[in-house]
Design a protein around this ligand. Sequence first.
Ligand SMILES: [Zn+2]
Length: 478
Amino acid sequence: MNDLATLGQRIRHFRTGAGLTLDQLGERVGIAGSQLSLMENGRREPRLTLLSAIAEATGVHLADLLDSAPPTKRAALEIELDRAQKSSLYASLGLPVIRASKALADETLEAVVGLHQELARRAREAIATPEEARRANTELRLHMRTLDNYLPEIDDIAEKILSDIGHTTGALTHREVSLIAERLGFELVHVGDLPHSARSVTDLENGRVYLPPASIPGGHGLRGMALQALGHRVLGHEHPATYADFLQQRLEINYFAAAVLMPRRQSVEFLQQAKADRNIAVEDFRDAFGVTHEAAALRFTNLATAHLDLEVHFLRVSDDGAVSKAYENDGLRLPVDATGSTEGQFVCRHWSARTAFTRTNRTTEFYQYTDTPEGTFFDSTQTGTTSAEEFSITIGVPFAHSKWFRGRETQNRTKSTCPDENCCRRPSPDLSSRWAGKAWSSAKLHAHILSPLPSGTFPGVDDRELYEFLQSHATPAD
Ligand SMILES: [Zn+2]
């Protein structure tokens, strides 16, 4: 369509240059002037024989007509205006379409086209491309590394809230989470019709937090989801202005929920005792606080460096070896792409995060030492399953710290030289010569957390679905 627009502009340019009206040129090439007008407006495609006739009648070469450049600056602007007004973005505004007739001054046309270009640029910026999202995520990971993944001010807030409801020890009950909500002025309501794009919805006017009726298998428990929703309020979040803001807020609500479910004082006491016993195990920490293995492992990274003097790494890896979450402050060399992003990159197949999948008995954690160019690491890995995939959760430390952990006497030991391709990425020479050029495969598409989010008041959430949901649940008096 754009090519037709340029072609039409070039026909018009050479026709008027030759001093011919539409009807005059039409007569010479044997078509009606109205037909020619449609072609000049890019709405009909001329045949090549007709183009040859037009070239001859206007005294130019056929190649001049077929050139892909707009003939003049004005023509380029008209083509751009036409394109911009046909976009879904412009159509969504419900504004009239203007025609670039001669009456439209060059200046006006230039201004309108400039505004269209800026509008499109801002729309692209708002949704964040996957690349921008990955950069923002990487920056956040590196920033958290400088903080040892510890946010003491959020822990302070969580401790205050827990002391307000009189929680002193043990796993936090659902009843206690309701009490926390109540003190913040909210009622927790479980519904089966949440907008598909939302994890929770908060009705600020009526003081309600809507949550799904049941925990997502392998995902966040109900207590965690309720606390994350409340976290936005407790931490005073405003509408995220950028994708980086959105990621920062998500990190903070996850941290807040973890800090309430695994309170700092009790967690540190528990883990310090385990360290004194030389028996640190994420599975015990998990069971003591009634959370998922992933939540316990992540919480361990919050407290390990600041309170246990341990540098650590955390990995969540899919069964195909791709990283879905990672953190380190112990020098483990995470696989990264050119932008420094680790999500979606494959970890070494000799790492515990992957060798653990090959076990048949997966009821307990799997232990392994891995020699790498950055030193030897001790890892403890638990595998799990969601409806979509198998995954592994790994907590690891440098060799010197392994003495504090359960499983340190393991005989499992591997050697990894990744990112050296000879480590585990390159097939053996005989297999290469056997299969090179004789195979084909399609990649599995990762439903990736960092795909661009549809724009809206809340990134990734469908406004219309959200407001219709709120309306349908508001009491008649609202
Ligand atoms: Zn490797």
